[in-house]
Ligand binder design. Sequence first.
Ligand code: BGC
Length: 906
Amino acid sequence: MASSNTSITDLRVEGFSCPLGLTESRPRLSWRLDTARPGARQVAYRVLASSSPDGFDVPELWDSGRVESNQTAFIEYGGAPLYSRERVYWRVEVEDETGATTPSQTSWFETGLLQKSDWSAKFISAPIAGGPITVPPVPRLNRAFSLNKPVKSARIYASALGVYQLELNGARVGDQELAPGWTDYEQSLRFQTFDVTGQLQRGDNALHALLGDGWAVGHIGWKNRQNYHDRPALLCQLEIEFEDGSRETIVSDEQWTSSLGPLLGSDMMMGESHNALLPWREVGGVEVEELPGDLKLRASIAPPVRVTEELAALSVHAGGNAGGFGDCWVFDLGQNMVGRVRLNFARVPQASAPSEETSLPEGSELPEAAALSEPLETGTTFRLRFAETLEGGPNATEGHIYTTNLRAARQTDAYTHDGKAASWEPVFTFHGFRYVEVAGWPGKTAPPLDFVTGVVLGTDQERSGDFECSDPLINQLQKNIDWGWRGNSLDIPTDCPQRDERLGWTGDAQVFCETSLWNRDARGFWVEWARQVRDAQVSTGGIPCTVPAPAIGQLAAPEHRNSWSDGGPAWADAVLICPWTVYRATGDKRVLEENYDVFARFFAYLQSTARDNLRCFDGCDYFSGFGDWLALDGSGRTEGGTPTELIGTAFYAHAADLMSQIAGVLGKTGEAQKYAASFDAIRKSFCARFITPDGRLSPPFQTPYLLALEFNLVPDELRPKLALELVGEIKARGQKLSTGFVGSPYINGVLTREGHLDTAYTLLHQKAWPSWLYAVTQGATTIWERWDGWTTEKGFQDAGMNSFNHYAYGAVGAWLYSQVAGIALDPQTPGYSRFVLAPKPGGQLTFAKAHLDTLHGRIESEWHLEDDKFNYRFVVPANTSAKVELPDGTSFEAVAGVVEGSVWLS
Ligand code: BGC
């Protein structure tokens, strides 16, 4: 009997609901117990799987039987080994603590092509290639075919070296952007699966593929083009099953043709040019290449890149002469975003009579602002440039756009209007920007605001949490943190999305990983990236400073002792820190299992390059790291003043500690002990080397204290003394932090744990730079790369490296959730099946609240101060429990339910 008001919802497979084209050999299932019943728990479950949606009476694929367990996530599918193209229907029955059993609805998943031999498609490309810096036109590849029987089902399996977009019978296939994303194309290529059953027709069919340069062929980083291939190539396999049971497969091969047309060039760094007056014209056949034997083809475990939001422009102002392109207009989208813009021609008068597609919906009128005295002429060319700020700084409201910090990334689009199109947006490029400079507008008055729409792109990660408090500046900081991640998680975790860089810097990734998991369901994204880190590991065991590592082929040899064969401390360590963070936040053990050999090789490499347990010592023959990157600690160095030997040895110790914990989780007791012994030995060497006989850390910058305390490198009895010295150091700097990428993520956590919550709050509220709020007071809508990216005193920092969208310093976000709002992981339990609620009011805040959507449901924590009265409300989701620790020192156990109450703080 089903228990009242209980339902089993959110059935997922590897985090997706009803995924098509999975290539995991043992996919894992999850569901959620949805009920408001206090104390609700799952006691047992039974999973049933069948090959038809109504075959559950005798489920022929799998019956797990009754499994006594409260586990609702990461349940491995236990049917026979899956085969390619297999559709599995499944449901679960959950027995709860009342003894009632509740069945779920039926869900499904479908596998993609699991074997290389399933592919009969070949790589095909147009007979055109650019050069190392010349961007050629974007080709379209075509295949016409006819069908004379009713179709039962059809799938397209596709990928590209480059980026692709498919069109079948005039309609776009799928909604993915910039597929298949960036992998080390010499080793792995992801493919996508599309259900095109409804898009096929009896008679003639036309399949087209647009093929852009993307990462495989276009500019990446500050390098030239053609880093992996000289031209983009398509891989496409359309498999049709007819009603009569027969099958037909149409693949990319010599039967395709290629065309050139309106897309004059597209590059992720440089931009896209489109002349709508040029029709597509067939230019010949295609060049065909076999699939390389050692290339691994698989589906991504992360959600795809999609359009995630559209932004309306907030204002437009005259931008003066746009460098030979006449007068221009500058639109402000109000948000530093990543993606592209759409030009909306349906909102302005047209030269020719509007065609069907351009006519406005009945009853609608052109807005007042569309004051074009003349209609838009056929052949009008617009040039669009994109920038994060105006030349007058982040607070300016008029003037030219500031593009110097883009370095060689031109991020410039051009479009020539055909007098008919209702709108235009580029296909294969993206920019980092808040301001759009439009040149070519023929009118004397400003274009209407809705001439331009911001189209936000990014890996489509569901929102998983939010934080809010009584200070509007901190709320803006929280927004900026999330926007920073949205813009820099476009397929891979990047440092910045605008200048000629946009690389998967490993250090930035490990610094921000934890915070990303508070704001977004980023698990799949990080699991996917961990697979890329595996591909990027060099033969020594070292991990490069960026992943993917574009030139890894030439750098794999041990004699290449540079940052691409070893990213150095805090960068290379992403290999351990990111998977461990994902495991702790979600309970996903597999990310540890499947990469354990990579971890072990990495640690062995650290060991082999250490001397007397110290790493990155003076004179070592390998890259010793980027220091405490961008720290403003008075050293005057971009790397900050903390010695690389100290950072190297601290991270070496931390790696040993993580290895020991990971081995423990995986049941490798012997190895766990071995790594624990290494941790002990490295700690001792750290203390001997960096702690003075009178118990001081040398040199006394903030980051050394933070690493020593965060990584537990010093004897317990020394901790209070070091923490006080840290507080003294902060005070001596006028209550300001002086940390770079390495120290900043830990500072407020360490201060809180060591009993200096007040100093942590002082840093949080600090408005003078260096601080988190300085950029906010200057109108920032994302996190800046540098604490002093722009200051009232000095203006812009060095344009050679000054991004206004760099997520690293947003890592304080984890502290807002876990300490200010107080939703924290239980030290023993990953994934929040049991957690801690320990809100910590302080500073000038009078209220704070946060929620986190875990695999079990939503945790909520909200407090308000009324003088000395602390009012608290929290929600513990079904099937979980929490330890509650209140700021008055009381603590108690809580089961699933909603609780509200107050205590007095004296
Ligand atoms: C990137 C950083 C990166 C660093 C390495 C920079 O150019 O933008 O975020 O971690 O190089 O020091």
